[in-house]
Design a protein around this ligand. Structure first.
Ligand code: ZN
Ligand code: ZN
Length: 352
């Protein structure tokens, strides 16, 4: 049980209790999908507090905890139970909430817990891998129907993005896991471009970055399609990014340094003279959040472990001209990875 694994960590960190207030972490720990609840967790304590709106839902979803209906504010109800050294989620608790907590929990010493839960969440269980795999397959099906079979030229970026998201929902997704990016030509040179009401011209590159949410779990994938035949620099940069992406993928396995995997792609792109045009990190973990631990970046410390789910997404952005990004979502295994992204990666004219 996840709560037991957390309790072991508390021991190692010399914490008596953990106060969990961040809803994504509440969900991961308890299975509760509502929007208001607090968990108090200690060696012997498994307490789940929600308000009256969610009492029935919690009874159906939450096992292995004593369930309590909050009387006043959930924070005040939780604070009464806190004693000893109590970890709180400092990445998510506001300054105001912390002040209130300090007033309410007089007997407790509040200690920042850091990424304690996020580190555990970074290693997925088989059921979580299955959920992410299914979300990725669903999103790929949507992209196949909306982009690959129908083509891009002559439609607006917003139309394509909207249809992608509608199709994901139609196929059973709770929704997109983030606002879809459809960015043509020079607009694709902005890594986080918002889709515009602008028609996509023929013969340019179009970045499509999309993901679905299914059973709470996210997917994330990017393909850069051509909207008609392209040549010259567009083809060269595409091949460069694809080569860097595949080289980085080949370095993915349990034990690989997070920085080292990033460096594989970054060094290749730099060697081709485009180092300055790859300004973001290589990838990020994906799970209940679309951006979570671990990060594949220049600054990251640590190694990949089996069960991590990460994106590998180098990009090159030529200001005023076009951008290329290719992103796969993969599960790390002992000797490599399993890719959850299955759309072709060779330069493809959408609609042909
Ligand atoms: Zn993405
Ligand atoms: Zn991503």
């Amino acid at each position: 049980m996840r709560a037991d694994r957390v309790a072991e960590r508390l021991c190692e960190r010399e914490l008596d209790m953990l106060l969990v207030t961040h809803m994504t972490n509440v969900r991961w720990l308890s299975g509760f999908t509502g929007s208001n609840a607090v968990i108090v967790l200690g060696a012997e304590e498994r307490l789940f507090i929600t308000d009256f709106r969610y009492v029935e839902q919690a009874a159906a979803q939450v096992e292995g905890f004593d369930r309590l209906e909050g009387e006043r504010s959930l924070l005040a109800d939780a604070a009464r139970r806190l004693r000893g050294r109590v970890g709180f989620e400092d990445a998510h608790v506001s300054v105001r909430t912390l002040k209130r907590l300090e007033e309410l929990a007089e007997d407790a010493e509040l200690v920042p817990a850091g990424d304690l839960l996020e580190e555990l969440r970074a290693v997925k269980e088989p059921a979580e891998l299955e959920a992410i795999r299914a979300a990725a397959a669903l999103a790929d099906d949507a992209a196949e129907a909306v982009v690959l079979s129908r083509g891009l030229a002559g439609r607006t970026e917003r139309e394509v993005a909207l249809e992608l998201e509608t199709e994901m929902r139609r196929l059973g997704a709770e929704g997109p896991s983030f606002p879809s990016i459809v960015a043509a030509g020079p607009h694709g040179a902005l890594p986080h471009a918002e889709p515009r009401d602008v028609e996509i011209p023929a013969g340019t590159l179009v970045i499509c970055d999309y993901g679905a949410r299914l059973d709470g779990y996210c997917s994330d994938c990017t393909r850069t399609f051509a909207s008609g035949p392209v040549e010259g620099e567009m083809v060269e940069v595409y091949e460069l990014v694809l080569g860097a992406q595949e080289a980085a993928l080949a370095a993915v396995r349990a034990g690989a340094g997070l920085q080292d995997v990033d460096a594989v792609a970054r060094d290749r792109i730099a060697a081709a003279g485009h180092g300055e045009r790859f300004g973001h990190s290589l990838g990020h973990g994906v799970g209940l959040d679309v951006h979570e631990e671990p990060r594949l970046s220049k600054q990251s410390e640590g190694e990949l472990v089996a069960g991590n789910v990460v994106t590998v997404e180098p990009g090159v952005y030529l200001s005023g001209a076009f951008g290329v990004r290719i992103e796969d979502l993969v599960a790390v295994t002992e000797d490599g990875y399993e890719s959850f992204s299955r759309l072709p990666k060779g330069l493809t004219v959408a609609g042909e």
